[in-house]
Design a protein around this ligand. Structure first.
Ligand code: NAD
Length: 365
């Protein structure tokens, strides 16, 4: 099979971990007789520095025209503020911010389903901050809504009554929730048949609509155990009984927070892969963590999250199940052999750099 993959390495550890993913993809291509063509896009802070734009229109079109996008991470808090003409600090507008590179693809391509698996590898139980008995049960997916909600609706920052005031509206339509609900129930049908829809309907009007739509869709999936849970209660249960959950379905901001919580409970953001999927089958695949400026440029980041994201791309967008299984098995083999990056170091583990971990996983395929 031949596939076109747009590659946006981005900022911080983005280029380091994406390079290791491509190394693994090339090993898969060689072993299974595929050809992957890569098309580079410079975006995020790198794009702002190169072109004054976190994602140029022609680069958006290039990404959209490919079969999928392999994405590192964008943003650099060290460069988050600009100095205004009078020397005072000025915060960037959303159009100027690095996150535009990601948001443009998510919104423009309607990649509404952000699939974020979190599970504890038995070999990494000691890397989890949870007690062994609690951690070993953790195996869930957070399905985050990705194209609407508080991140995208009406916004302003202005002076009202002599006081600087900011506002972010949260807006959802019936159809946006309905497509998300179908995706959640379909995912659950292939797993433990349990959907927990997380929200705050006692305080938010959008929460009431989420509940109404989800209840309606749930009727079409009688085999799935469906329930709702308040966001605060869900956060508490994620650390006290993570094994309770199967598919956690959440609107944009709640899903963003819960998925990082679940992945950190699993041991590290460095093992958290994710995919943004739309109805066309194309996707954007990225490690769930950020650009990790604290460890960038040192060749010590964990590439497993980005490599798992590449495996997700093969599985979900290219329907290459055997190939995706081969990558995941190679990761398990490398962990079994005791190899670790610093973030998942366990007693007796053999420490590898980011690039050595990429080599080890490629060789294990
Ligand atoms: P972060 O995920 O970058 O880092 C949080 C912690 O996790 C850090 O200690 C970091 O070292 C560690 N970590 C993350 N990925 C790792 C990996 N692969 N291996 C080892 N350790 C890893 O979150 P942050 O510090 O809040 O954000 C840093 C920047 O990233 C910000 O500019 C933020 O806006 C951006 N960000 C981008 C994305 C994205 O592009 N999708 C997502 C989240 C944050």
């Amino acid at each position: 099979m031949e596939k076109k993959i747009a590659v946006l390495r981005g900022d911080g550890i983005g280029p380091e971990v994406v390079n290791e993913s491509i190394k693994v993809l090339e090993r898969v291509a060689q072993k299974f007789g595929h050809t992957f063509h890569y098309y580079d896009i410079i975006g995020g802070v790198a794009g702002l520095e190169a072109y004054g734009d976190a994602l140029r229109p022609q680069d958006y079109e290039l990404g959209r025209s490919c079969d999928s996008i392999l994405f590192g991470s964008v943003g650099d808090p060290r460069k988050y503020t600009f100095t205004g003409a009078n020397g005072t600090k000025k915060y960037p507008s959303r159009k100027e911010a690095a996150v535009k590179a990601l948001a443009s693809f998510r919104r423009g391509m309607e990649l509404f389903a952000n699939i974020r698996p979190a599970k504890v590898y038995p070999q990494l139980i000691q890397a989890s901050p949870l007690k062994d008995t609690v951690a070993r049960e953790l195996d869930l997916i957070v399905l985050r809504e990705n194209t609407a909600g508080i991140f995208y609706a009406g916004k302003y920052r202005k002076e009202i009554g002599g006081e600087l005031t900011a506002c972010d509206e949260c807006v959802y339509t019936w159809s946006q929730i309905e497509r998300h609900a179908r995706c959640a129930f379909d995912l659950a049908m292939g797993r433990k048949k349990h959907v927990t829809m997380v929200n705050k309907p006692n305080a938010m009007e959008t929460g009431v609509l989420w509940q109404t739509v989800y209840e309606k869709v749930a009727e079409e999936y009688p085999e799935v155990h469906y329930e709702t849970m308040l966001i605060d209660g869900c956060a508490a249960r994620l650390v006290s009984r993570p094994g309770y959950f199967d598919v956690i379905a959440a609107e944009n901001m709640f899903g963003d927070i819960l998925s990082d919580l679940a992945n950190s409970a699993a041991g590290s953001m460095g093992i958290a892969g994710s995919g943004d999927i739309g109805s066309e089958g194309k996707g954007l695949y990225e490690c769930a963590g950020g650009s990790a400026p604290d460890i960038a440029g040192q060749n010590i980041a964990n590439p497993i999250a980005e490599i798992l994201s590449a495996a997700l791309m093969l599985r979900l967008s290219f329907h290459m199940t055997v190939e995706a299984d081969a990558i995941e098995a190679a990761i398990v083999k490398v962990l079994d052999d005791g190899y670790r990056t610093g973030d998942i170091m366990t007693p007796g583990g053999k420490r590898l750099s980011c690039s050595d971990m990429g080599d080890a996983i490629s060789e294990a395929i």
